[in-house]
Design a protein around this ligand. Structure first.
Ligand code: EPZ
Length: 448
């Protein structure tokens, strides 16, 4: 377990390359199960979540190899991941892996379609709130799977294959991203036509659908809430490049904004980020398109703004924490409403330790703007909360120590290197020094 030691305040300036999308890579890696043979997925970021998912595919019987061409290292675009799924003879998602990464659930649909059977450990609790998978299971049942729970494992069976039908995928918080991915993948090999209503429209689902189409799937309505899938007998392995990571891009946009700096983001698709760009402009940040990406800068004050997270094309929940760090420094009060994961607020207490003024009332947070943030030792609780703490550390006066940064390594490729290249002062250190320092700071506080 490493820590980040961040010296602030800094003003960022320069160019940052955005990596391939983690949340597009994971379901696309699962899709490789559907077609026996070697698929090559390009621009897959080097992240611990990708390593865990690779291990999972390995346990199923796939062979995975990574090759990172020099150009990919230079421009931070990850590398090629070759998945040979000729053999998938152990259709079991073990508890040991699923408990480390909930996204493991997206092997369920492809395994069922390919093997007629799947056992996947039921995902448990999560730092960002309740994350049921009832809609995934409902969709797969409607395709004809028999599903029961045994010793904490979901056992799904369809020995005679799946059959297309009309499926409604909406839930209490709107559409489901990985639920749509699971049912979409399963339906590509089902008999007949499947209509998925209230499908997720996130760019990562569009990317998955485009990849499946390249594999030979017949999908209409890609990018809309109604996906129409004509089942085919088999799919072919594919060579496919994943889209840039819109959440990493959004995080660097906030980095430029919070430090009153200027960043050019390379390999960034603004069309995937209209709600984010709209909020940034509202806050007083300029965002302009540039070749292959955009330039983001702030000169004036941070203006207060209201943000409501929603499924795509609304404002993404995965950028809520980072924007909260930015709005902490606004000249006035902002309101943030979380409508996707109403309990995703673990960062509030930590940001308040850095002198932010955040008050939570259910899924609503009142952000009273303050003049400055102050460095403190803080604890990362989940991936995006950690990113918010790093962003706050860039402008906080003094040395911020972010503990448990393994969370950030799950989803941000070389984040401290990328930030340091544009003016940040972040060092990665081992936990022992942190423990000693943390203990001494705590005992100092206790003594005082
Ligand atoms: C995906 O999670 C992402 N993960 C999350 O990113 C992201 O926050 C989330 O979508 C929302 O955009 C990956 O792509 C790997 P959902 P997912 O099913 O698919 C409820 C990150 O930081 N729901 O769209 O698991 C659910 O509780 C991560 O990179 C049900 O009620 O999220 C939530 O309120 C974290 N029943 C809402 O739907 C279900 O069966 C949306 O969740 C499924 C979901």
């Amino acid at each position: 377990m490493d820590i980040f030691r961040i010296e602030g305040p800094v003003r960022l300036s320069g160019a940052v390359n955005i990596s391939g999308s983690k949340n597009a890579s994971l379901p696309i890696m699962a899709a490789a199960i559907l077609a026996a043979g070697k698929s090559v997925i390009k621009a897959v970021p080097q992240l611990s979540d990708i390593s865990v998912f690779s291990q999972l595919l390995g346990q199923l019987g796939c062979e995975l190899t990574r090759s990172t061409p020099l150009s990919a290292v230079a421009d931070s675009k990850g590398g090629d991941l070759c998945i040979d799924s000729k053999v998938v003879d152990n259709p079991v998602g073990e508890y040991e892996i699923v408990r480390r990464m909930r996204a493991s659930i997206c092997i369920l649909g492809p395994l069922l379609a390919r093997c007629g059977r799947a056992e996947v450990s039921m995902p448990g609790g999560c730092a960002i709130g309740d994350r049921p998978i009832d809609i995934h299971l409902r969709g797969l049942r409607e395709l004809g799977a028999k599903i029961h729970l045994k010793n904490g494992y979901i056992v799904a069976e369809a020995p005679h294959g799946l059959t297309g039908c009309d499926i409604f995928m909406g839930g209490p918080f709107g559409s489901t991203v990985l639920g749509t991915a699971n049912v979409l993948m399963a339906s590509t090999l089902a008999r007949g036509k499947t209509i998925i209503e209230s499908a997720a429209c996130e760019p990562e689902i569009v990317d998955l659908a485009n990849c499946l189409t390249r594999m030979g799937a017949k999908i209409n309505g890609i990018g809309s809430p109604q996906l129409i899938v004509e089942g085919v007998k088999q799919l072919q392995p594919v060579e496919y490049q994943v889209i840039p990571d819109r959440i990493e891009a959004g995080t660097f946009m906030v980095a430029a904004a919070i430090t009153a700096g200027q960043l050019r983001l390379v390999n960034c698709r603004l069309n995937d980020m209209m709600a984010v760009v709209d909020r940034l402009r509202n806050i007083g940040v300029t965002v302009e398109t540039a070749k292959g990406g955009c330039v983001v800068a702030r000169e004036g004050p941070v203006k207060p703004a209201d943000i409501t997270t929603q499924p795509f094309p609304g404002f993404p929940t995965d950028l809520q924490a980072q924007f909260m760090a930015l709005l902490s420094l606004a000249e006035g009060n902002s309101i943030v409403i979380e409508k996707v994961f109403p309990d995703r607020f673990m960062h509030i207490a930590e940001l308040n330790r850095m002198a932010a003024n955040l008050r939570k009332e259910g899924p609503v947070v009142i952000v009273a703007g303050v003049n400055r943030l102050v460095a403190a030792p803080v604890m990362a609780s989940d991936l995006r909360a950690s990113a918010a703490l790093v962003l706050a550390g860039l402008v906080a006066e003094g040395t911020t120590v972010v503990n448990r940064i393994y969370h950030i390594d799950r989803g941000y490729e070389k984040i401290e290197k990328k930030l340091n290249m544009v003016g940040a002062k972040i060092s990665r250190e081992s936990d022992e020094s942190m423990t000693a320092e943390f203990i001494s700071q705590i005992s100092e506080r206790v003594e005082k």
